[in-house]
Design a binder for this molecule. Structure first.
Ligand SMILES: [Mg+2]
Length: 338
């Protein structure tokens, strides 16, 4: 698989004008920051780059630039469509999270999932422009290990919002919003899987939330790494426009001796997050309305059984995770013996 061959040091040669690098100066809070982007990046990606430097979350940024006006409010617009010049300065207005201690509010589009047709999904994964974006992200994003990778273990990548935690309900204690059996689930699967957590929010929020739930210092399992929204890439689909996704190729490129397409599985309530690696994604039923569903939600119990049943298989990507509920111990045995 092509994405397996990518490494953090891959050099990139660009030819088309849209792939040309732009160096922009952004003024914020009395300081100037230099941001490097490409013509085929969107305004949304520009805001992510600015967020890396300033800690102002993309949805809290307002960008001002002569003559471009309201276009910078449209995150889906490509930078090559704007008359940006390296000599001009952009101004950003926005407040960092340190100054606003409230839960991050997602835009409604992030809540609704949508299906992307099989053919189009293949197209997105194989598009050169998207592979290029992935290579850039591999070079830019550093994955800090919380705990060492373990030889011979498979990799489980977990989303947070609606997968492990109901971030939309309110409670006195965040533990009330935790998906039932979370610690039991992590404890069991840790015997066969290294665990990474990847959320489309900020690292600050991920640390805060996972810390409150007791996931980061649990004596029964260890988390290998945390990844945030800056590790995501933006892709374009003809039917659904621009959206962000979580390319596992980023992890595989950083730890090729441990993880690859055959031993990785990712849980997310949004199927589109898997678009760069559809064979590795399992769409989990969203955990919403925690107060009403806390006593009945059994997803993590059932998924523990599934993960343990498939753990001995050599190639997880040959499975169709859409049918995970129908998978049995017997079919794992059959697969091992063929
Ligand atoms: Mg989610």
């Amino acid at each position: 698989m092509a994405s397996n061959t990518l490494t953090p040091s891959t050099s990139t040669s660009t030819s088309s004008a849209s792939e040309e690098e732009l160096t922009l100066t952004v003024k914020w809070s009395g300081k100037e920051y230099t941001v490097r982007v490409c013509g085929d990046d969107t305004v949304g990606e520009l805001k992510r780059r600015i967020c890396e430097l300033t800690n102002v979350l993309p949805n809290r940024q307002k960008l001002l630039y002569p003559k471009v006006g309201s276009k910078l409010a449209d995150d889906s617009l490509l930078l090559s469509q704007l008359p940006l010049k390296s000599s001009l300065k952009m101004t950003m207005i926005g407040t960092t999270e340190e100054d606003i201690i409230v839960d991050p509010v997602e835009s409604p589009e992030i809540v609704d999932d949508f299906e992307i047709g099989q053919e189009e999904a293949v197209d997105i994964k194989d598009k050169e422009v998207n592979k290029q974006k992935l290579r850039r992200r591999i070079n830019q994003y550093k994955i800090e290990l919380q705990n060492p990778c373990r030889k011979g273990k498979k990799l489980l990548v977990l989303d947070i919002d609606y997968t492990l935690f109901d971030h939309r309900s309110t409670a006195e204690n965040p533990l009330e919003l935790m998906r039932p059996y979370l610690h039991e689930f992590l404890t069991s699967v840790y015997s066969e899987y290294d665990i990474m957590i990847w959320s489309a929010t900020s690292m600050k929020w991920i640390n805060l939330k996972m810390g409150q739930l007791g996931v980061l210092d649990n004596p029964n399992y260890k988390i290998t790494a945390l990844l945030d929204h800056l590790a995501m890439i933006t892709v374009q689909s003809s039917s659904r426009g621009v959206f962000d996704c979580k390319p596992l190729g980023l992890i595989w490129a950083h730890f090729p001796e441990f993880y690859n397409a055959t031993n990785t599985i990712m849980f997310d309530d949004l199927r589109r997050n898997f678009v760069m690696n559809p064979q590795n994604g399992l769409t989990i039923k969203p955990f919403r309305k925690a107060h009403a569903n806390r006593d009945s939600d059994q997803e993590l119990v059932k998924l523990t059984q599934y993960l343990m049943a498939i753990a001995e298989l050599d190639d997880l990507s040959s499975l169709n995770h859409n049918n995970w509920e129908f998978f049995t111990e017997d079919s794992a045995k059959r697969r091992r013996h063929t």
